[in-house]
Write a new protein. Sequence first.
Length: 228
Amino acid sequence: MKNTDGSEAAKRTAGESAADLVSDGDLVGLGTGSTAAHAIRRLGDRVDSGLDVAGVATSYQSRELAREVGVPLESLADVSRIDVAIDGADQVADGNLVKGGGAAHTREKVVDAAADRFVVVVDDSKVADVLSHPVPVEVLPDARATVAETVRDAGGDPELRAAERKDGPVVTDNGNLVLDCDFGSVTEPAALARRLSGIPGVLEHGLFVGLADELHVGDADGGVATRS
Ligand code: 5RP
C-alpha cells in the first residue's frame, strides 16, 4: 500500500532497518528529523545491549535525542571521517535528495558527505520521479534580500521560512535564515546545485546530488525496500 501521509510506521521501519546496519566500533552520523530519530532511538537500544559506537550529531535536536537514549557523542569538529551516516530527506528522485525541512542541511551535508556509507531513510511518500520540493537555502541574515533576488533570476520563487511557534523567521543552529526556493520540477539538479552554491551569502543548500549510497524506503505495512 502506498503511504501518502508519511506514517510513523513507515518512518520507523526505514529508520530502524538502517540502524541495524551499524557495526561495533562505527562512528555514526546522526541525521535530523522524525525518520532519523527512529534510527537514533534504535541505536540507543542497541547501545543498551552492548553495541560499542559513537555518534556525530547533525543538529541540536539529534544531539539531544542521542543523549536521551544513551548514544555516546563525538564532536563534528574533532572527526575527519565517519563510517556510516543515517539521515532522512524531504524528497528523493533518482538517488538525489532535497533536504533541510528541519533547517539542518548545512551540518547534515558536512556529516553525510564525510561518511563512507550514507544511508537515506524515508517513508514511501517521499519518493518521486523528479525532484520538485522547494529547495531550502541557508543564508547569512544580511544577505537574504540579495540571495532572494539571485534565486529569482535563476527561475526560483524564494520564501523566508517562518518559525512555527513564535513570530519571526526560523533561525538555524548556525544563526542564519532559510529561504525555501521553489523551482518547480528540478530536471537538472547538479546544475542547480552548482548555481546555488555560487551565490554570495549562501551557506549551503538542500540539494544533495550524488551523495547517497543507499536508500531505505519504509511503507505503512511495516515493509522496507532497500536500493543502492
Ligand atoms: C532536516 C532534514 C530531514 O531529514 C528532512 O526534513 C526529513 O524529515 P522527516 O524525516 O521528519 O520527514 O533534512 O534538515
